[in-house]
Design a protein. Structure first.
Length: 294
């Protein structure tokens, strides 16, 4: 079977989502539509639609013109088992004391590493991206410095790999949240695969918006591996729900964006205590200031 993809770029998040909504009205109807920020500072967003039948090229041309997007690039996609293909190509990732691997590489887990089983799926955070690896290495560094915090949250958890890493090494329950219900389902499946179903709770939430997240704070450590804009937007809540002296590990930050994120978090009472750079990506370790004693 051959499926079809239609791909374009457009300036601005609102415009991208408006175009995505318009694509849903086409006949034949797309089986899925995705919107992704192009993380190069250009302000461009990618809009992609997938079809079981060849879409009407004329209708796509009208939509791109009406929404001031680039013309759609229409492509045939040969039928493949994409998840199996990705699994074969994803090598295990060592990150400090942790070892992220797929089930196809179960025989490669070193005896001296803490295993985190993550199979390729429809969620971000397999461990192969520099942001996830950076967060794991940052957490490993905190542990080496003696971190023993009890209340831990993974915001925008994706596959929940960071939440599971915390649950593997600390004797406390961990909260994991994501705005995407599909990601939360994937996270829950990973939690079960790693035998952590009584240690990691996965909830659907935007930022700190869910009651479970608000009631469980203040947190000794918050992971937030998302993107620059939502990280900046989260800064006030991060301060409100972090314990005094608590830590935040932030990533999803392009190297050239790091200073902007640092400034905003400093304005909200955090100091930088660590910084890791992996290729194009920066991971920050921040600590919330303790109140001064008069």
């Amino acid at each position: 079977m051959i499926t079809y993809s239609a791909l374009t770029t457009i300036t601005g998040e609102d415009a991208a989502y408006q175009l995505a909504d318009a694509l849903e009205t086409l006949d034949p109807e797309p089986t899925g539509v995705g919107v992704f920020e192009i993380e190069d500072g250009s302000g461009l967003w990618e809009v992609a639609a997938y079809f079981m039948e060849r879409p009407d090229a004329g209708a796509l041309a009208v939509l791109s013109a009406l929404h001031l997007a680039k013309p759609f690039n229409l492509s045939d996609i040969p039928d493949q088992d994409w998840v199996s293909k990705v699994q074969r190509e994803l090598a295990p990732v060592p990150a400090g004391r942790f070892f992220v691997y797929g089930s196809h590489d179960a025989d490669k887990v070193p005896d001296d590493k803490i295993p985190l089983l993550i199979d390729a799926a429809m969620a971000f955070g397999t461990g192969h991206h520099g942001t996830t690896k950076g967060c794991l290495e940052a957490f490993d560094a905190l542990l080496s410095d003696g971190f023993t915090g009890e209340k831990i949250l993974d915001v925008g958890c994706g596959t929940a790999v960071l939440a599971m890493a915390a649950a593997k090494v600390l004797p406390y329950s961990v909260l994991a949240s994501d705005i995407d219900p599909v990601a939360v389902d994937v996270a829950q499946a990973n939690v079960i695969s790693n035998g952590l179903q009584n240690r990691v709770d996965c909830v659907v939430a935007a930022g700190f918006g869910a009651a479970e997240l608000k009631e469980s704070g203040p947190y000794d450590l918050v992971f937030a591996n998302i993107l620059k804009a939502p990280l900046i937007g989260l800064a006030p809540d991060m301060a409100a729900y972090s314990a005094d002296g608590g830590y935040a590990i932030l990533s999803g930050i392009l190297n050239e964006q790091a200073d902007e994120v640092i400034i905003v978090y400093q304005q909200n009472g955090f100091n930088v205590v660590g910084k890791r750079v992996i290729v194009d990506w920066t991971t920050l370790i921040l600590r919330k200031n303790r109140p001064k004693i008069a």
